[in-house]
Ligand binder design. Structure first.
Ligand code: ATP
Length: 357
């Protein structure tokens, strides 16, 4: 069976800055694929090339068997897209906006059934579709963006940082929607810099760092979850004694110890089993303890440090390139690109007019 997404040697330059280095990526039909990486890793650039908002410097991209630049409206209707930075500023209510998009993208069913799905999703996510979209909070705008992508049950969902701005309960509902989409045979590609949401949904993961894939596989095999950040405050000890007790424990790295009034504050990352650290801690009076997911940069560098180091990290971005790319993005439909980067919805002549909504 053909892969839903096939990316070969995808290279993207912005002037002298290389955003993507010869990237290879395959997403199998009916799976959830997570693209994770710290800020600036190249996630958004990768996803934008898949929907033809930007074009590769070199390499090949096939989405649902088609080249994005030649797929046109027929291909765009088969994709649901949520851009990384969603802008919904129109005067229209959520209902009117979604009705408009349902008409544009409703090839998989009648507009009425698409709108029914939209209303169900709005109930699940808890957003008021009667309000003008521009008056909605950031999180509620994001919900409208998600509904727009999911409501026509596209074969492929491309979601760039989809939980940005959502509160934890809504995030959980969103993750359930992703799993249901997969169970219904849809394919999902989502990007995130939050490891836990990828861990909960993705069948396969690629870790992107400085424009390269530094690791790929199922979530467990990547061991990213094996790195934790621990902060603890203990009483009845001084900094030197605490350092001696903890720094040689297996997996402990980057231990920082500071004196505070009646004891010491420790902060460290631990890779692998946390048990030796907990046993050592039990010898002390524990006044406070937090164990959390480290930021992704910390995990990626810790586990894949050498491979994630870019060859030309020092190359500054080309000063003139950002405006050039903005112009290019603005003209995306004229050059064949047809998904609205502001809203994620497919662009048509009507939808360009529709931005007055
Ligand atoms: P984040 O999590 O912060 O959104 P990301 O992984 O999505 O990051 P990208 O936005 O794809 O990363 O950026 C990848 C690299 O390309 C970065 O070095 C960024 O500065 C650069 N870049 C992105 N867009 C442009 C542009 N229009 N012009 C110049 N450089 C750009």
């Amino acid at each position: 069976m053909t892969d839903t997404i096939e990316v070969r040697a995808l290279h993207k330059r912005y002037g002298r800055n290389i955003a993507l280095h010869e990237l290879d990526l395959r997403v199998h039909p009916g799976t959830v694929f997570g693209l994770i990486g710290p800020n600036g890793a190249g996630k958004t650039t990768t996803l934008r090339t898949l929907v033809d908002v930007i074009r590769p410097s070199s390499g090949t991209v096939r989405v649902l068997g088609e080249e994005p630049r030649h797929g046109g409206a027929a291909l765009r209707r088969r994709i649901g897209y949520v851009p990384g930075e969603l802008h919904l500023e129109g005067r229209s209510s959520g209902h009117r906006l979604l009705a408009f998009y349902a008409e544009v993208s409703g090839s998989a069913g009648s507009s009425a059934s698409v709108l029914r799905t939209a209303r169900d999703l709005a109930d699940r996510l808890g957003v008021d579709l009667d309000r003008p979209v521009r008056t909605l909070s950031k999180g509620n705008k994001q919900k409208v963006g998600l509904i727009q992508a999911f409501m026509h049950r596209p074969e492929l969902l491309i979601l760039d940082e989809p939980t940005s701005g959502l509160d934890p309960l809504v995030q959980r509902e969103f993750l359930a929607m992703v799993r249901e989409a997969r169970d219904a045979g849809q394919t999902v590609l989502l990007s995130s810099h939050v490891l836990s949401e990828i861990q909960q949904t993705a069948d396969e993961v690629a870790v992107l760092s400085a424009g390269r894939i530094v690791a790929e596989g199922d979530v467990a095999s990547l061991r990213l979850g094996s790195v934790r950040r621990v902060r603890v405050r203990i009483g009845g000890s001084d900094a030197a004694a605490a350092r001696a007790a903890f720094e040689k424990l297996p997996g402990v790295e980057g231990l920082d110890v500071t004196d505070h009034g009646e004891g010491v504050q420790l902060s460290t990352t631990i890779e692998g089993a946390i048990d030796p650290f907990v046993k050592a801690l039990a010898q002390h009076e524990v006044q406070d303890l937090t164990v959390e997911e480290p930021d992704l940069e910390e995990s990626v560098l810790r586990l894949y440090g050498d491979r994630s180091r870019p060859a030309d990290a020092s190359a500054p971005p080309h000063a003139d390139d950002a405006p050039r790319e903005r112009r290019r993005r603005a003209g995306a439909s004229a050059t064949g690109g047809g998904i609205d980067e502001q809203t994620g919805a497919p662009r048509t002549r009507r939808s360009r007019r529709g931005r007055r909504h």
